[in-house]
Design a protein around this ligand. Structure first.
Ligand SMILES: Cc1ncc(C[n+]2csc(CCOP(=O)(O)OP(=O)(O)O)c2C)c(N)n1
Ligand SMILES: [Mg+2]
Length: 282
């Protein structure tokens, strides 16, 4: 029996969610909810879309994946472990002194981490510069920028969005985690950004909005973006509505979801719930 693209992605996302829980347990807390929410999105990116060499993170021909949100590093570490760039055994060093896997993403520490993105609202500006630079060199690599809905409240993001359309950076794809949450509460209470699709369209982007936990919908959206991708053309954005804590019911309903503290005896329960959900869906 052949494994479909969607099955490959689903299995990778499941393993990544386990990695996220394992890393989270090392610190007893962290940005676990967001990471579980975007595991499907990052699995699609790393398993199905991105051109890279796991054992050569500086391979000049690679597509670029820029994580704007440094606090989502735990999600990227899970993807890098699944990809084979970071050994799975190294995940237990997460957040410890001297580890290559600090709690906030640092490009100089971690193989495969292209930028240090903790200062929110800067990732897309860097991505625009990188896409322009690659085009000037005559290269046809794609640049993917992962950003959060909180970053849509930053003016610099919209300057970059307009700049990308102005310069017709057709190999640039932004993916936004529309988890409807920020550190200070629900996005709609902090600074509403809806209707987000219309804003991106008005900025000149090929815009799609999907359920970010529906792997088939994600694959279709990434395929449509890839179809559009050309050196001179419209940049693409995929707005992904994700659910915090996805896959672990205990965490899907947590009130304090931006930075979760999880009791010692809850981690095993989280793992069991994750496994039950995965087996149940098969
Ligand atoms: C420029 C900047 N301002 C403020 C912060 C502090 N901060 C860290 S996470 C965060 C929430 C941003 O929203 P989002 O990324 O959507 O949050 P999440 O979905 O992870 O809850 C803020 C304001 C920051 N890192 N950078
Ligand atoms: Mg958010």
């Amino acid at each position: 029996m052949t494994t479909t693209r969607a099955e490959k992605v689903r299995d990778a996302a499941y393993r990544m969610r386990h990695h996220i829980l394992d890393m989270g347990e090392v610190q007893g807390q962290g940005y676990v909810g967001q990471a579980l929410g975007v595991a499907d999105l990052l699995a699609v990116t790393y398993v199905d879309q991105l051109r890279f060499r796991a054992d050569d993170p500086h391979w000049p021909e690679r597509d670029r994946f820029l994580l704007s949100t440094g606090h989502y590093a735990i999600a990227l570490y899970a993807a890098l472990a699944e990809a084979g760039t970071v050994p799975v055994t190294e995940l237990e060093t997460y957040g410890s002194d001297g580890s290559r896997l600090p709690m906030s993403g640092m490009a100089s520490y971690t193989p495969g981490m292209e930028i240090s993105g903790g200062s929110l609202g800067h990732g897309l500006t860097v991505a625009v510069g990188m896409a322009l630079g690659l085009r000037l060199k005559g290269r046809e690599q794609r640049v993917f920028n992962f950003l959060s809905d909180g970053e849509l409240d930053e003016g610099s993001t919209w300057e970059a969005a307009m700049g990308a359309a102005h310069h017709q950076l057709g190999l640039l794809t932004a993916m936004v985690d529309m988890n409807a949450l920020q550190a200070d509460g629900p996005t709609e209470n902090v600074l509403g950004i809806e209707p987000a699709e219309e804003k991106w369209e008005a900025a000149g982007w090929f815009t799609q909005r999907v359920d970010g936990n529906d792997i088939d919908a994600l694959l279709a959206a990434f395929d449509a973006a890839a179809e559009q991708a050309r050196p001179v053309g419209r940049p693409s954005v995929i707005l992904c509505d994700t659910r915090i804590g996805r896959g672990v019911p205990l965490l899907e309903t947590r009130e304090k979801a931006h930075f979760m503290r999880i009791d010692e005896d809850e981690w095993q329960l989280c793992r069991e719930q994750l496994s039950e959900g995965y087996e149940g869906a098969r």
